[in-house]
Design a protein. Structure first.
Length: 248
């Protein structure tokens, strides 16, 4: 009898805990459509970058897939890169990537996610990839402010190459990124500053962007964001990205 009572109490507590987690999942900062962790998501975007050596254009498909109790999330990236320089005019597959995220902490107004991404040495042209296999462990913290009209996402990431062509430069970069989003109606506007320190060249490769987005249907969103690199070691001068998200 005591065992039955104990099991009943444990079931009641577990049911309440899962119900609270589900409620937090639906309202949490990690459930905002632009960076959704809990719905299947397909992202199509095109990014144009102007560099000192010419221009690069990347058309990318990204697929996000929640698994298990939705605390886990799989990610796949397939880029198609084209370039226009004085020596090369070509379009080919870039470095294909994949990753997994886990959410160890989640509340109504804040949450933490940890993730690891791996990008493979699959580029068909040396100009379209790093020539390395790269692993990128990271932690993301999200928090709402001002009655959930503002969202701050802070990311700390480290990028390290571990295999690939020996004649290509190693990758060792630390990233600190802060993104602030403001929501109004079906629209959002955001600003982002990313500080990247490359330990190989011992210099910063920073960039920043502003983004304007709108929900055009309950499950479809579009956005545009101009960006710029800054600092003497920046990897590009300016860029423009346009994307479409499909949530289902």
């Amino acid at each position: 009898m005591k065992k039955i009572q104990l099991l009943s109490i444990l079931f009641f507590l577990l049911h309440n805990l899962l119900s609270a987690q589900n409620a937090d999942t639906l309202k949490s900062p990690l459930s905002e459509p632009r960076y959704h962790y809990f719905l299947k998501t397909i992202l199509f975007y095109n990014e144009y970058l102007d560099t000192d050596k010419g221009s690069f254009n990347t058309t990318q498909v990204r697929f996000l897939l929640p698994i298990g109790n939705k605390a886990w999330n799989l990610r796949f990236d397939l880029p198609l890169v084209s370039t226009n320089t004085t020596s090369t005019n070509k379009t080919a597959i870039g470095d294909v990537g994949g990753g997994i995220s886990f959410i160890p902490y989640l509340r109504n107004n804040n949450g933490i996610a940890v993730r690891t991404r791996v990008y493979s040495n699959t580029a068909e042209d040396p100009n379209f990839g790093t020539g390395k296999w790269v692993v990128m462990p990271a932690m993301v913290y999200g928090r709402y402010f001002n009655q959930k009209k503002f969202l701050l996402l802070t990311t700390v990431e480290y990028q390290q190459s571990f295999a690939g062509n020996s004649d290509r430069s190693d990758i060792s970069t630390a990233l600190l990124e802060n993104l602030l989003m403001h929501f109004f109606g079906k629209n959002w506007i955001s600003g982002d500053v990313a500080l990247r320190y490359n330990t190989v060249i011992k210099g910063f490769q920073n960039n920043a962007f502003v983004e304007f987005g709108r929900k055009i249907t309950p499950s479809n969103l579009v956005y545009i964001h101009p960006s710029a690199g800054f600092g003497p070691n920046r990897t590009y001068n300016w860029g423009m990205e346009v994307g479409v998200l499909i949530l289902f």
